[in-house]
Design a protein around this ligand. Structure first.
Ligand code: GDG
Length: 481
């Protein structure tokens, strides 16, 4: 592989999104030709209108190692695939991103591993991404860098292309300074981020942690959310809580297809009186064992009846080559098996656990079907699942049990908030959410729906880009149309 950026034969882009992954996945057709389709979840829906309005391009890895692809267009999006070798996938992606930064930034729930060779590869890959962006971006372009995989990119890009305007958004929590300073490369990462004009976080606390670190560790001057860099630039560090395409989700769940599927799902689950639902990427930050444990104890204690109650846990496969994820999967398999095995009857087990991913319309049907949504992360930047559940409700019914340690908890105050470390408290909350009177549930759901619809993903992108535009007067506004 040459690994040098491919010649960009498409128009130079005045708006560039750069993320670890492209927003599309490759699928094999039955006749063994390949096709691309939008990745599940994904930010692409948020950016699509902006990308189309302003000849946008997306730079990111296409998901296969040791393969170089030419830039291509897909459904009007210009895509620049960045190649990664298999050892880079191991060291930059599985290693430094997901076994160092991910656990460290999530309160060290799992022990972060610090390996010098992973760091070296992280630097090399960030530089490659920067080189690609530099080839794609038009003069004066707006570049929006996404997430923890690419924290060095802003500074690298600024060196190459001082003409572009750079925004960075961190999707995961930015940790308390006491934890962050464990990182042997703490200074390089702070400096990498400071290459941006605007550094965005999910919560104000993250922005404050960052400002405190650059003040204490780099000796820079800060005034509230403004940081003065050594080369005299001003960098803004601020919170932009991410959201979902609320209307799109609501309509998807309102469709006849989703309504039929929701009824079918409940029927297949044995028409329970109460259906609890969990939806997560299979990740140790999501508190999946805690919620299964709580549910299991409620059954064992006879506080819920397994004949009329079910917990459906959907866990999308994720990072399966990282050791901690494999272990988690085994732990959950064992826990579910044990709880289901202890119910002294044959028939439908109380916990149905599916380790597969589902299409979006199917997700909307699951949300629509569920009486109680259980979201119990030990730490989560935002948690979109909680917002998707609220958006998918068709009436003022349903209940959301939500961990205090999610970003979403700051906005969804009317959920049934829990501390997932407190299993007894969690059990009480599950029972309360299940048995609360309809009037209370309706009141809570109405307030949460208002919040989610008033603060959707479109608003999030606009707020970020408007602020980016206002800085030093570069016309980023054209990106938002
Ligand atoms: C990171 C941060 C932050 C899940 N299973 C399936 C499926 N999903 C979709 C959900 C949701 C998305 O995946 C998960 O988003 P979350 O926000 O819950 O969590 P992370 O993946 O950890 O995301 C997080 C987020 O970035 C955005 O900034 O909120 O804090 O950790 O959209 O619906 N989608 C499909 N099939 C599945 O089986 N199609």
């Amino acid at each position: 592989m040459s690994l040098k950026p491919k010649e960009w034969k498409l128009d130079p882009a005045s708006f560039v999104v750069v993320a670890n992954r492209l927003p599309v996945d490759r699928v094999e057709n039955p006749d063994s030709t390949a096709d691309w389709r939008p990745s599940p979840g994904g930010l692409v829906t948020a950016f699509e209108p902006i990308m189309h309005r302003r000849r946008g391009a997306w730079v990111g890895w296409h998901g296969a190692a040791d393969e170089e692809l030419e830039p291509f267009e897909h459904e009007g999006l210009a895509l620049a695939p960045v190649p990664l070798s298999s050892s880079e996938v191991e060291e930059y992606y599985e290693g430094f991103s997901n076994a160092t930064l991910w656990p460290l930034y999530h309160d060290a729930i799992a022990t972060p591993q610090f390996r010098r060779e992973w760091w070296d590869t992280y630097v090399i890959v960030n530089q490659r991404f920067a080189d690609y962006v530099a080839t794609v971006a038009a003069a004066g372009a707006v570049v929006w860098v996404q997430d923890y995989h690419l924290q060095l990119l802003p500074q690298m890009l600024r060196r190459q292309r001082p003409d572009v305007k750079i925004g960075f958004f961190l999707h995961i929590p930015f940790p308390p300074t006491e934890l962050y300073v464990q990182l042997p490369w703490r200074q390089q990462i702070l400096e990498g981020l400071l290459g941006a004009d605007l550094v965005g976080f999910q919560l104000p606390g993250g922005a404050r942690n960052f400002a405190r670190l650059v003040r204490d560790r780099l000796g820079l001057e800060t005034l509230r959310d403004r940081i003065r860099t050594r080369d005299g630039r001003e960098v803004l560090a601020r919170a932009y809580p991410i959201s979902i395409e609320a209307k799109g989700f609501h309509e998807l769940a309102a469709s006849d297809q989703a309504a039929e599927r929701a009824a079918e799902i409940r029927h297949d689950l044995g028409d329970p009186r109460v259906m609890f639902l969990g939806v997560d990427r299979l990740d140790y930050t999501k508190g999946i064992p805690e919620r299964i444990q709580a549910f299991g104890e409620l059954i064992a204690e006879g506080r819920i009846d397994p004949d009329e109650t079910v917990l459906l846990q959907l866990a999308m496969p994720s990072r399966q080559r990282v050791e901690q994820y494999r272990r988690l999967r085994d732990d959950i398999d064992r826990l579910v098996g044990r709880i289901n095995g202890e119910v002294p009857r044959i028939g439908r087990p109380p916990i149905i656990y599916l380790h597969v991913s589902h299409p979006r319309v199917e997700m909307a049907a699951f949300y629509r079907a569920a009486d109680v949504m259980v979201v119990t992360p030990l730490r989560d930047g935002m948690n979109l699942v909680a917002k998707e559940y609220v958006a998918c409700r068709q009436r003022d019914d349903g209940a959301l049990v939500l961990s205090e340690f999610t970003g979403a908890a700051r906005e969804l105050r009317q959920s049934y908030l829990v501390n997932p470390h407190d299993i007894d408290g969690l059990k009480d909350r599950l029972v309360e959410a299940m048995n609360d009177v309809p009037r209370n549930k309706a009141q809570r759901m109405r307030a949460m729906r208002r919040q989610v619809f008033d603060h959707d993903i479109d608003k999030w992108a606009r707020m970020f880009l408007d602020d980016l535009e206002r800085l030093n007067g570069t016309p980023a506004a054209r990106a938002t149309g």
